[in-house]
Write a protein that binds this ligand. Sequence first.
Ligand code: ADP
Length: 443
Amino acid sequence: MKSVWRQVLSRILIGFIVSIALGFLSGQIFLFLFLYTLYLLYCQFYQLFRFHSWLRFSGRSAPPESSGIWGEVFNNVHRLQKKQRKTKKRMQKALSRIEKSTSALKEGVIMADNTGRLEWWNQSATDMLGLMKTVDRGQFITNIVRAPEFFRYFSQKRFADALIISSPIKEGIYLEIQTTLYSQNDHLIFIRDVTRLHSLEQMRKDFVANASHELRTPLTVIKGYLETLSLFQDSLPQAMQKGVANMSEQSARMEQLIEDLLLLSRLESQEEAEQEEWHTIKDFVHSITNAAKVVMTENHQFDIHIEDDDSLYGSYSQLYSAFSNLIFNAIKYSPAGGTITIKWKSTPISGIFCVADQGIGIDPRYIPRLTERFFRVDKGRGPSTGGTGLGLAIVKHALLNHDGKLIITSEPNEGSKFSCHFPENRVKSNELLKNENHEEKQK
Ligand code: ADP
């Protein structure tokens, strides 16, 4: 490059010297200099014009013949263009390969920007959601999938867990939606047809619910006869007396098991939406601890820290079941005389109901499994504590129905803490509630 510049500059310099010499000889130095400058300008414009015309017609043909610095410019631009065309072809090939492979996928894949506007999707997504390439590009996904649970899932960015919804275009089809954020919070959405899994799960739920329901009647009959037999306990032979007592105990356990299974089915299916209202936390705690005191055989203490002015929005029966399971567990798994602390804490973004005990505690490795049905840390402990193994599963489902979650912390022999976290829209201080009601009445 340096040599080209040297060549160009020396040519211009020679041109100037010749013009000055000719001007000197003719006595018209400025005229010759002016003419030479005009000539230089003309040359540059002429090359610029050729360059522009060549580019205008896409620059695909060979560049115009030229020497010097313009020749270098033409060749370099031509080389860059060839390189760019090659890269473009390579990228187009890769893109079409990606498109072909994603359209072969059974799962639907959608790319949406950070606001949820559709940018790209594969064939399966088209089939599952009925998307149309020409119309739907740029549309908000919440305008296409209109299920309220999807709107909540997407707008509140609850992407930690997959969501199952019924297909917006085909009845009886269930879709699982999983979303990942990438780059600048853009959305990558995977959709899977889970109809078979869903119907299997539904069959399981129906079976448990129906079986529990059917067991209720024979059990009531058996319990009735056992109660009658207990009335004549003293006149029964010694061996029978023990048997009847044992049968009564086990039938009570079985009844509790059936009730818990039915409650769990109701919590899971949520077919009839339960009435939701504001309830004060104190109400729950008072009635649960009063019920507990009646049946408590060992001398446990309650340490209650709840402000009068806190309320929770939800179904009374579900929340009662959740809180009572936690409080009764704390009693069951604490030694006599142990203190059970019950606290309510509301922050601007959440409300936390917390039950802590000083009992036997739980090995942390079992904590993730505690909310599974029938899971017990100590398998042999169930019958002696009278538990069904369904208590924490009930707590989990009741909280899920209230957009809440259960957090468990525990150490063996140091006690356990079960905290129920509720979102801010379900939590209110009584003072706020009174003010709002007052304002509403005034309107
Ligand atoms: P169960 O009817 O057996 O109490 P749950 O579902 O209520 O069933 O609890 C599951 C298991 O979690 C219990 O069997 C017990 O091992 C453990 N667990 C629950 N609460 C406590 C607690 N407060 N302290 C220690 N272990 C607990």
